[in-house]
Design a binder for this molecule. Structure first.
Ligand code: ADP
Length: 253
């Protein structure tokens, strides 16, 4: 099964604010595309456009050459698994019930046996079966993030859209989430994520898209995009790239 997302020359405005200005990208299954860029560069907006939540003023998003606007909303919801930057924390909800909300695009009246199976499958992938009966407020940050990813996976997506999946986590959990995302790539999903940490973007991505003020500043393989000159031009911070360790670090803070 091949899936390809193509974004062509997308422009988005919030009233008079131009949030995206002629952005294009392409990604297919088995690839991780990281969207990087300073705050306000347009990363979240781009994810919302790909998810069909925001309609661009100009440009088109294609899934397998079909324009998003020609695909029924329900089908888009089935194809895409979304991990937002923030969820409205429904603290008293059980992990099971929360992950079941990821089955919404399939459920007509009440969840079926298949829906239940898919919830458990998703929890298994993220190694969260043990807390199925806990409430969301009884989870640590890292556990909660895994459960949010499980909710997205419960919908059997072909494309995962993740907005800053490692922010607010300590280092151990960040690496755990990144490994999980890499395992989803191995399963053949197409992965598009907004990410702040340049080292992490460098280590896990097949492609990197660097946004600056709503425009694509650079795009390509991590080595082509994440170099000292480009980073300095956009972030204004000197960096050194230590290739052997695949590490990018700031020279000084
Ligand atoms: P990033 O995710 O890279 O931080 P965003 O996509 O959130 O960037 O924002 C891009 C630009 O659009 C910023 O200038 C931001 O202030 C603006 N913006 C984002 N969401 C809204 C909104 N709902 N209303 C008005 N402006 C917005």
């Amino acid at each position: 099964m091949v899936i390809e997302i193509n974004v062509k020359d997308v422009k988005v405005y919030y009233k008079s604010i131009k949030a995206l200005d002629g952005v294009s990208l392409s990604v297919h299954n088995g690839e991780i595309l990281s969207i990087i860029g300073p705050n306000g560069a347009g990363k979240s907006t781009l994810l919302k456009v790909i998810n069909g939540v925001l309609k661009p003023r100009m440009g088109v998003v294609f899934i397998n050459e079909k324009p998003l606007e020609k695909i029924p909303r329900k089908e888009i919801a089935q194809k895409t698994g979304v991990v937002p930057q923030r969820i409205r924390l429904m603290g008293m909800l059980s992990v099971y019930d929360f992950v079941m909300t990821g089955r919404r695009p399939y459920i007509n009246f009440t969840p079926s046996k298949i829906d239940e199976e898919k919830v458990y499958e998703a929890l298994k992938i993220v190694d969260a079966i043990d807390f199925v009966d806990r409430t969301l407020e009884e989870l640590s940050g890292g556990e909660l993030q895994r459960v949010i990813i499980a909710r997205a996976l419960a919908g059997e997506p072909e494309v995962m859209l993740l907005d800053e999946p490692t922010s607010n986590l300590d280092l151990k959990y960040q690496l755990e989430i990144l490994n999980l995302i890499k395992s989803l790539r191995s399963k053949g999903l197409a992965i598009i994520m907004a990410i702040h940490d340049l080292t992490q973007a460098y280590r896990v991505s097949d492609k990197v898209l660097l946004l600056n003020k709503g425009k694509v500043f650079a795009a390509g393989e991590p080595d082509d995009v994440l170099n000292p000159k480009t980073i300095f031009d956009v972030y204004g911070v000197p960096i050194i790239v230590i290739k052997d360790y695949k590490l990018i670090t700031t020279l000084e803070v």
